[in-house]
Ligand binder design. Structure first.
Ligand SMILES: *Cc1c(COP(=O)(O)O)cnc(C)c1O
Length: 394
């Protein structure tokens, strides 16, 4: 038997990806993250960032990061448990715990790694790990690493989740969901899910990458919005690279859970702590949010309403979302890329999201709105979207 050489095998796989309209490429962004970004020397209106509050380029955060670089250097030097846990890390953990109303908070290097920890650290073989079908890829990867029995329920479907539980033999239950779904923009029914978890003495784990900083009282997140405290059997994961404009993530919850993560979570233990300059920028982000939340929130909320109305007037088909994530459902993979390319040529950065990020045949344009956009920018986007849809899909 002849063994095919690697380059040939890979070339075949790549040809297949291209042929299915699934080829991915990176655009070279030549400027800071903001409403206008430079791409290949062209200035584009950016409707694709998760920097929902425009914090990634705020002078207050830049200054905090500069000052911290001078005081603390640019690297933590080691993992938290060796010698990387510096004063800024401690301060940020305390400040975030107070902000979200939990007993404790634990910083992670990013949301991906926090999700690996949440899905693996608490569960044994006899336990049940139950996910919403549309949970983020990092949660799914955590589940793949977990020893627990892994099952999924139909998106947002609490009664299906209940049936999954009833039809499984297990010791302990962990229910895991995105707060705001990253590619759909809709929100999980956290009260009902908590009821389900609590009735079985289970834990509810919420990945609030897209709700933290945006939804809820003062931007505390989706749990706050729905009146679910981060206490007892509730754990929250928040990211610091989206609305906070920086990098990193945290898990919030009762001490007994946080301490268990410190003792056992491999993606916490075996990695270098975040640099203190990033951590200090996150602290500045928290202060800025506490200072300016009402104005930012009012403007962003107004833009979301405005965008939805403008799309309705132009027959641009949106999905059911009240968050800054406003996907335009296209369906076909290649058509979504064609429309995204056409928008690009007209000065808009709006990515096509395709399988495997979303289900096959559910390709979409993922429009994200931020507090740095203006109504006038939304107007021109919707006009172009509408024209592109009329000519593009036909
Ligand atoms: C972005 C994202 C993550 C990963 O967070 P990072 O800090 O970027 O690693 C996790 N969950 C969801 C829902 C996300 O959108």
């Amino acid at each position: 038997m002849t063994i095919e050489p690697w380059p040939r095998v890979l070339a075949e796989k790549q040809a297949e990806i291209k042929q299915q309209g699934l080829w991915r490429r990176r655009r070279h962004i030549g400027s800071m993250q903001r409403a206008n970004v430079d791409v290949d020397n062209q200035s584009l209106l950016n409707f694709s960032s998760n920097d929902y509050l425009g914090f990634a380029s705020r002078p207050e955060l830049i200054k905090a990061s500069q000052n911290a670089s001078v005081e603390w250097g640019v690297g933590a030097g080691a993992s938290h448990l060796v010698c990387g846990h510096q004063t800024p890390h401690h301060k940020l953990e305390l400040a975030l715990a107070e902000f979200v109303g939990s007993e404790r908070v634990l910083l992670f290097s990013n949301g991906y790694m926090a999700n690996l920890a949440l899905n693996t650290a608490f569960l044994d073989k006899s336990d049940l790990l139950l996910h919403d079908k549309l949970n983020h890829a990092s949660l799914v990867d955590g589940a793949r690493l977990s020893n627990a029995q892994f099952k999924r329920y139909a998106h947002l479907d609490v009664s299906h989740a209940q049936r999954r539980i009833d039809n499984t033999e297990y010791d302990r239950l962990m229910l895991v969901t995105d707060g705001v779904f990253s590619m759909d923009g809709d929100v999980a029914p956290l009260n009902e899910l908590l009821g389900l978890a609590s009735a079985r003495k289970g834990v509810l784990c919420v990945d609030d990458a897209h709700g933290f900083g945006v939804l809820g009282k003062g931007g505390q997140g989706t749990l706050s919005q729905l009146g679910v405290p981060v206490r007892d059997n509730v754990l929250m994961m928040g990211t610091l690279g989206k609305a906070f404009g920086c990098f990193g993530s945290f898990v919030a919850g009762d001490s007994i859970f946080i301490e268990h993560l410190i003792q056992t979570a491999r993606s916490y233990i075996y990695t270098t702590a975040l640099p203190a300059n990033v951590v200090s920028a996150c602290l500045a982000a928290l202060r800025l949010l506490q200072d300016q939340h009402d104005d930012l929130h009012q403007h962003l909320g107004g833009l979301i309403d405005y965008f939805k109305q403008a799309c309705a007037a132009e027959n641009v088909p949106l999905m059911a979302s009240d968050t800054p994530i406003q996907p335009v459902l296209i369906g076909d993979e290649s058509a979504s890329v064609d429309i995204s390319d056409r928008l690009l040529s007209e000065g808009f950065l709006v990515p096509a999201i395709r399988t495997p990020t979303v289900a096959k045949g559910h390709a979409r344009l993922r429009v994200t709105l931020t507090a740095t956009h203006t109504q006038q920018q939304v107007d021109v986007l919707v006009k172009s979207l509408s024209n592109a849809l009329k000519t593009g899909v036909a």
